[in-house]
Design a protein around this ligand. Sequence first.
Ligand code: TGC
Ligand code: FAD
Length: 394
Amino acid sequence: MAPKFQGADFYDLDSLFSDEERMIRDTIREWVDDRVLPIIEEAYIGRSFPQELIGEMGEMGMLGASLPEEYGCAGLNNVAYGLIMQELERGDSGIRSFASVQGALVMYPIFAFGSEEQKREWLPKLASGEKIGCFGLTEPDYGSNPGGMVTTARKVEDGWVLNGTKMWITNGSMSDVAIIWAQTEEIGDTRGIRGFVVPTDTPGFSARDQKGKLSLLASDTSELHLEDVEIPDSAELPEASGLKSPLMCLTQARYGIAWGAVGAAMACYQEALSYAGERVMFDGPIAGKQIQQARLADMITGITQGQLMAYRLGRLKDEGTMTPQQVSMAKRANVDMACEVAREARRLLGGNGILVEYSAMRHMANLESVYTYEGTHDIHGLILGQAVTGLAAY
Ligand code: TGC
Ligand code: FAD
């Protein structure tokens, strides 16, 4: 008997999207199928980000896609932006990470806190992919608690001198420009945190690849060293002030992750479903066995919940009422769901599930990073705990 339902859209979310949103999703879906899926296995095993894709991502408007057209961006709404993240992460979390960092963590702070000159100088080149950026917030001893950062920016006559180390920085080694967050007053005074646009060829700036990763292998993750890096006054983001500014950037990136995680889960589910239909064991396809059906039922239920949450979040963002706590809920729930779906898909595939030619284990390993970055699952639980009790438990 033919299945009554195919695909990964059980609740017909498709009918809620506008024609333009559907068209954008389908265009990116096709690009991921044609350009990412054929090369991702090699990039992953080779531990390298496929930089040849960057120009195309820029040309197709994927970088900073929701920022205005006057700066060379696509000016899309937030649901369309989310659908782009979903499709990119259906390919690989590393590809979505690249786009998230470039758009939400580099272009967004320049757009939101930058001078007109900074916007005109950087945004069109970052949108086209001509320039690559990274975001330096985390430090070796300050991950979940960035407010404690010890990187400093010391005021000198015509500018600032930066000193410190940033850790786990996506795109770090391949960047032309870094958004660096640093203390400008006493260490521990979160109001004194400011942001700087630092060209990576500035003397004293260096980046070193993070060795030994077992996750996000097709992504550049690096440590940044700033040793007496002298920058002019014009490099400061004039409208950024205090910890709130980098946290506002995180809200943008977490929003994209809430959608992206759904894409990774969809890829795993569809692979598992297809495999279950073909793999014959004990005289029948494993798709006909009750345990595998329960697995698939759990997967598509989780994906459907995640799609609904991302969709509603997107409409709230477009209406201008979305809160950071709503983003925390979606990031936390959807990444957790995707981790679960990827693990169950890997298990359904049996021995083949550990091979790189299938995507489940790659997604499963990637999602462990996604679970941790942009606020760990625990931190988002504490953000939600504070939202509902009024008590901060960090
Ligand atoms: P707290 O006192 O709570 O907040 C300071 C001020 O900021 C406001 N705020 C936010 N505003 C916008 N969006 C948010 N998400 C915000 N969170 C807080 C807050 O209202 C306050 O404003 P005001 O006006 O009262 O001054 O600050 P806290 O030091 O107690 O920290 C709170 C906590 C733990 C939630 C925060 O530090 C946190 O989110 N920690 C997690 C760190 C994190 O997520 N790091 C991510 C680094 S970047 C990254 O991982 C990139 S991976 C990218 C990829 O490859 O895709
Ligand atoms: P820690 O903060 O040391 O946490 C360790 C454990 O303690 C976790 O389980 C955490 O949930 C838990 N914990 C922490 N505080 C509490 C608490 N109060 N109560 C209970 N439990 C708690 N950062 C950037 O700035 N830019 C980037 O581009 C970037 N890219 C990244 C890419 C990758 C692949 C990874 C892995 C990380 C990246 N990060 C980046 C850093 C990331 O945001 C941090 O790893 C993350 O915020 C967690 O910090 P940490 O690793 O220091 O863990």
